[in-house]
Design a protein around this ligand. Structure first.
Ligand SMILES: [Zn+2]
Length: 444
C-alpha cells in the first residue's frame, strides 16, 4: 500500500458523533478479545468486579480500572518475555521494540503483522499531517534501533513515498554531510537535537544552519517543539517550519501530530486508539474542551499482541482547540511535560520544560539552555528553585539580566527561583532527549 496523499478524509474529517460510534463498536470488540485472550485483564477485571456486560457505551469505560506502566513491567518479569497481557501467539509476533525507561531494565512491546501495519498507518498519517510529502528527503536523526520511533518511522515515511535517510544518533558530521550532498528537505529529530545541531553546524562546519536548506523539522520524543520560545528558536536558527508529534512506545509511535497551522497536535489515531484525559490525582475523566489540562490515557481499539486498556501515559497535556483551519475534526493538544518530571515548589506544580520556556523567551540574550539543580530527590523542592542558565551572545549587563530572568520565572510560574548565569556552551548538550534536571544528590 502506498499513496501520495496520505490523508483519510473519511476518518480525519469525521463528525465527532460518528467517530464515537465507530470507537464504541471497536472498543466492544477489543473488550471481547481481552476477556477471551488476556489473562492479565481477566484478573484485573475480576479484582475490580467488572464484567463484560458492564460495557455498553463509551461512557462505561470510566468504570474499568487503569493500567500503569509498572504493572506491565512486573507482568513481563513474572511472565517473560511479553507479560500475561500478551494476547497473541508468539508465532504471530513479527517484531519487538524496547523502551528502557528510568529503571534501566528494558520493557518490550511486541507486534503482530496487523499491529505493525496499524503502527505504520497511524505514524504515516502523523508525518503527513506534519507536512511530509513524497518529494521530501528526510534525514532520520534520532535512534533507529529498538526505539519505537525508529524503524516504525522508516516504515511510515516510506509508506508516504518520501525518501528515508537512516542516519541515526551520534553522527552530526554525517547529518551535515548527507543533508548537503542529498539536498535533504526535512529532518526527524528531538527538539533538543534541532538546537544542538544548529550550534554544531555553526561551530564545526563554520556555516549558517540555514545554508543546509532544511525546510521541515519534524520533532518528537520529548516536549519542546511546541513551546513557543523553543519553536521560535529552531525556526529562527534554521529558517524552517517546526511541527511536533507525540506518541507512546506501548501504544503507537506517533498518535498526535501538528498540521502546518502549528496550533497544537491533532489526535490522529482515531480508529485505533481511544483517548481519555483524566485528572491525574482523582482519576476522574475530564471533558474534551479547549483549555482542559490533565493526563493522557490510551485504550487500544484493535490491538492483537498487547492490547492495553486505560493505559496511563504520565503525559500532562492541555487541549488547545477542537477545530482547525486544515479541516481535520480531531481536537488538538500540547504536551507540557511528564508527571514523573514534575516538581513541586511551595505547593505549585512546575515542569522543567516550562522553566526552559521562560528562559528561552530571553533569546538571544539567553541561549535557552537550562539545568535545574536538585539537592534532594523530588518532586518537592525547597525554595528557591535553583536554575543554571546560559547567557547568549547579546547579553550585556548580566546582573540585570539575572534579575529579569528570576522575576519572569516568578511572574509566569509563580515560584521563586535563584538563577545562576553561565557562559554560552557550558551546559551539556543532549543529542537525544534533553535532560533538564541535574540531581546533585546522586553525584556526592
Ligand atoms: Zn490542523
Amino acid at each position: 500500500m502506498r499513496t501520495d496523499e496520505y490523508f483519510d478524509p473519511e476518518i480525519e474529517m469525521m463528525k465527532p458523533g460518528d467517530l464515537q460510534l465507530l470507537q464504541q463498536a471497536k472498543l466492544a470488540a477489543q473488550l471481547d478479545y481481552l476477556f477471551a485472550r488476556s489473562a492479565f485483564y481477566r484478573e484485573k477485571f475480576a479484582a475490580a468486579g467488572i464484567r463484560r456486560e458492564d460495557f455498553c457505551n463509551l461512557k462505561d469505560l470510566a468504570r474499568f480500572p487503569f493500567t500503569a506502566k509498572e504493572e506491565l513491567r512486573e507482568s513481563q518479569q513474572a511472565f517473560p518475555p511479553l507479560g500475561s497481557y500478551m494476547a497473541a501467539d508468539m508465532k504471530d509476533v513479527i517484531r519487538l521494540h524496547a523502551s528502557t525507561g528510568t529503571t534501566g531494565r528494558p520493557s518490550f512491546v511486541g507486534l503482530t503483522r496487523k499491529d505493525a501495519e496499524i503502527w505504520t498507518k497511524v505514524t504515516a498519517r502523523s508525518f503527513y499531517t506534519q507536512g511530509i510529502r513524497p518529494s521530501d528527503i528526510v534525514i532520520h536523526a534520532t535512534s533507529l534501533t529498538m526505539f519505537a520511533g525508529g524503524l516504525p518511522s522508516k516504515d511510515a515515511i516510506e509508506l508516504i513515498g518520501a525518501t528515508f535517510v537512516p542516519v541515526g544518533t551520534g553522527a552530526s558530521e554525517k547529518v551535515v554531510l548527507y543533508a548537503m550532498s542529498l539536498h535533504a528537505t526535512a529532518i526527524h529529530c528531538t527538539p533538543s537535537y534541532a538546537i544542538y545541531l544548529a550550534d554544531y553546524v555553526r561551530r564545526e562546519a563554520k556555516m549558517d544552519p540555514r545554508e543546509l536548506g532544511i525546510k521541515k523539522f519534524v520533532c518528537g520524543a520529548e516536549p519542546g517543539a511546541g513551546i513557543p520560545a523553543v519553536r521560535a528558536k529552531i525556526t529562527e536558527e534554521w529558517g524552517a517550519r517546526v511541527t511536533e508529534g507525540l506518541g507512546n512506545a506501548d501504544m503507537v509511535p506517533i498518535i498526535f501530530a501538528e498540521c502546518p497551522d502549528q496550533s497544537g497536535m491533532h489526535y490522529n489515531g482515531q480508529e485505533y486508539v481511544y483517548n481519555e484525559i483524566i485528572d491525574p490525582e482523582s482519576g476522574e475523566v475530564l471533558p474534551i474542551e479547549t483549555g482542559v489540562s490533565g493526563e493522557l490515557v490510551y485504550t487500544s481499539l484493535e490491538r492483537e499482541c498487547s492490547p492495553l486498556l486505560r493505559f496511563r501515559t504520565r503525559d500532562r497535556v492541555t487541549i488547545l482547540g477542537t477545530s482547525c483551519k486544515c479541516g481535520r475534526t480531531s481536537y488538538k493538544l500540547r504536551c507540557v511535560g511528564r508527571t514523573d518530571d514534575m516538581l513541586i515548589v511551595l505547593g505549585v506544580n512546575v515542569f522543567p520544560s516550562a522553566v526552559r520556556d521562560v528562559v528561552s523567551s530571553f533569546y538571544p540574550r539567553m541561549t535557552g539552555e537550562v539545568q535545574i539543580l536538585l539537592d534532594q530527590p523530588g518532586p518537592g523542592v525547597k525554595p528557591p528553585l535553583r536554575v543554571m542558565a546560559e547567557v547568549g551572545t547579546e547579553a550585556q549587563d548580566q546582573a540585570t539580566l539575572q534579575k529579569k530572568v528570576e522575576e519572569k520565572i516568578k511572574s509566569v510560574l509563580t515560584v521563586p527561583a535563584a538563577v545562576q548565569l553561565v557562559p554560552a556552551g557550558t551546559l551539556p548538550r543532549f543529542e537525544m532527549k534533553g535532560q533538564l534536571i541535574r540531581k546533585l544528590f546522586e553525584e556526592r
